[in-house]
Design a protein around this ligand. Structure first.
Ligand code: 5RP
Length: 293
């Protein structure tokens, strides 16, 4: 019911008090529109500025992967500890409860498997389906340095960014490693920078032991690291710790979580490193305590 007196009695204008100017602390995000910032703030914890993304999109190129044979059994119990879920639309629709309330980073590039030419991808998910699935981010692989697929995969990224910008959905540029290239700071720094220059709002790349701080420093948007193949728990926690210490904004980790002896304990230990600045040793202790309990 409209109230004709409400505006007459309004007097709390605080004349002289400067207007609040809400902004975003996330790297590179100050000039984004509200919807884009809102989606990013659901992925990156506004307090720590960091994220633990749980990646389980491996099946789109590898089929059933160890630890992901039954996503309903192995991944769903981990959801409560993740800041964001990274998966394919097939798994999202069939295995993830729509009531989980977690932001989704939707795998949107597709086109090949480990049996053939891995980097031969196209845009496999159109923006309409990403919107229908309420994606908070769209992930596209880009094969910088791959003589056959570099140009095509950059075009895929640009297409997705154009569509995402239209609707305020950020795009995650995922660096792949070309066949003749190594995962060193020079390559990863260049690849990350190219993705950001093309407009990716977040970049996913690998950690490297030498000079990773130059990779993050040279990239104007947040970088999250992939975990890669399964490592001993302490090594994986050390990698996450070094990456955060050297400027990463989080992890997008899969196998080192869901292939751990106790995935639920491992994701909590990774959170300790990413959000609470735990040392790898303290996080391993937490892992062992949680595992025993
Ligand atoms: C698979 C991916 C994964 O999301 C990415 O590699 C992260 O997983 P992991 O930590 O197991 O490497 O892109 O296609």
């Amino acid at each position: 019911m409209p109230d004709a007196n409400g505006n007459v009695s309004a007097n709390a204008f605080r004349v002289g008090a400067p207007a609040a100017n809400p902004t975003s602390e996330l790297k590179g995000a100050h000039s984004y529109d509200w919807g884009m910032k809102d989606r990013l703030s659901r992925i990156f914890d506004p307090k720590s500025g960091k994220t633990v993304m749980l990646a389980f999109d491996h099946g789109y190129i590898m089929g059933a992967t160890s630890g992901l044979e039954r996503i309903d059994v192995s991944i769903v119990p981990l959801i409560e500890h993740a800041d964001c879920l990274m998966c394919s639309r097939g798994v999202l629709r069939t295995c993830i409860p729509p009531t989980c309330s977690k932001p989704i980073s939707l795998r949107c590039s597709a086109g090949s498997t480990v049996l053939t030419e891995l980097n031969d991808e196209c845009v496999g998910v159109q923006i309409e389906d990403a919107i229908r699935l309420n994606a908070s981010m769209m992930a596209v692989m880009v094969a910088i340095g791959d003589k056959k697929f570099e140009a095509r995969t950059i075009r895929n990224l640009c297409r997705m960014i154009e569509a995402g910008n239209r609707y305020g959905i950020p795009t995650l540029g995922v660096t792949a490693v070309g066949q003749e290239l190594t995962r060193d700071a020079r390559y990863l720094g260049m690849a990350s920078r190219v993705l950001a220059e093309n407009g990716a709002q977040v970049v996913k790349t690998y950690y490297c032991q030498e000079g990773f701080e130059t990779v993050t420093a040279g990239c104007p948007v947040p970088i999250v690291i992939a975990g890669g193949k399964k490592l001993p728990e302490l090594d994986a926690l050390e990698m996450a710790h070094h990456a955060i210490d050297q400027g990463a904004a989080g992890v997008d980790m899969g196998r080192n979580i869901f292939q751990a002896d106790d995935p639920k304990a491992m994701i909590q230990a990774v959170r300790g490193v990413v959000h609470d600045q735990m040392s790898p040793e303290a996080a391993l202790e937490l892992y062992n305590d949680l595992k025993q309990s």
